[in-house]
Design a protein around this ligand. Sequence first.
Ligand SMILES: Nc1ncnc2c1ncn2[C@@H]1O[C@H](COP(=O)(O)OP(=O)(O)OP(=O)(O)O)[C@@H](O)[C@H]1O
Length: 227
Amino acid sequence: MARKTVLQLSGVQRHYGQGDTTLSILKGADFELVRGEMVALVAPSGTGKSTLLHLAGLLEHPDDGEVFIGGRPCNDLSDDERTAIRRSEIGFVYQFHHLLPEFTAIENIMMPQLIAGLSKAEAKERAAQLLDYMRIGPRAEHRPAELSGGEQQRVAIARAVANAPRVLLADEPTGNLDPKTASYVFDALEALVRQSGLAALIATHNHELAGRMDRRVTIEGGKVVEM
Ligand SMILES: Nc1ncnc2c1ncn2[C@@H]1O[C@H](COP(=O)(O)OP(=O)(O)OP(=O)(O)O)[C@@H](O)[C@H]1O
């Protein structure tokens, strides 16, 4: 597979005002993620992992620097354009699943596809494939409350990739699970990334899972550095 950069952060700065003082979280951070790659983001609490993921996912604007998705600079795009890129090219997984409680597993995975304009039949077929792929096919008609924590996270991962994004951003996706379940969920996530050529940036405090990824980076002095 040709080496293709899907996400790039260049000289990214992010500061938060706190009363009279300014908290500088990112101070010229550079980072690159290529297709097919899984990178662990491992850094102490409060150093800016979520901030970095929000910037990469176009949920926030950097104070300086640029974020490129698929080679396209995104800072100066309109909110509508950023939302369109976020919906079609970026998938998010959080520590808590954030599935819609009143919908079944398969409906939750269909939802982003219906928003993207697919027909109900197409969305359902893809959702069923993803559920099988995540080895939860038999749970398709269950609501989130009827699923275990590991199953809920596998549905959340399936939902995040339903529109075949280029980039998967995950913020502690297994942080809420016991070690055995975390490992099982990670197996499914890894298989999905390897099979689809997706690229993933995964914030985690779990060193065992971080060790299974292609690279590990941390945040030091407001910059992204290899570990
Ligand atoms: N909107 C905001 N306004 C002010 N300060 C903020 C804001 N968002 C984040 N911060 C601060 O920026 C720092 C980095 O936050 P961030 O959530 O990115 O850390 P993190 O590395 O993801 O931490 P954790 O591992 O605990 O989730 C923290 O000190 C936080 O308090």
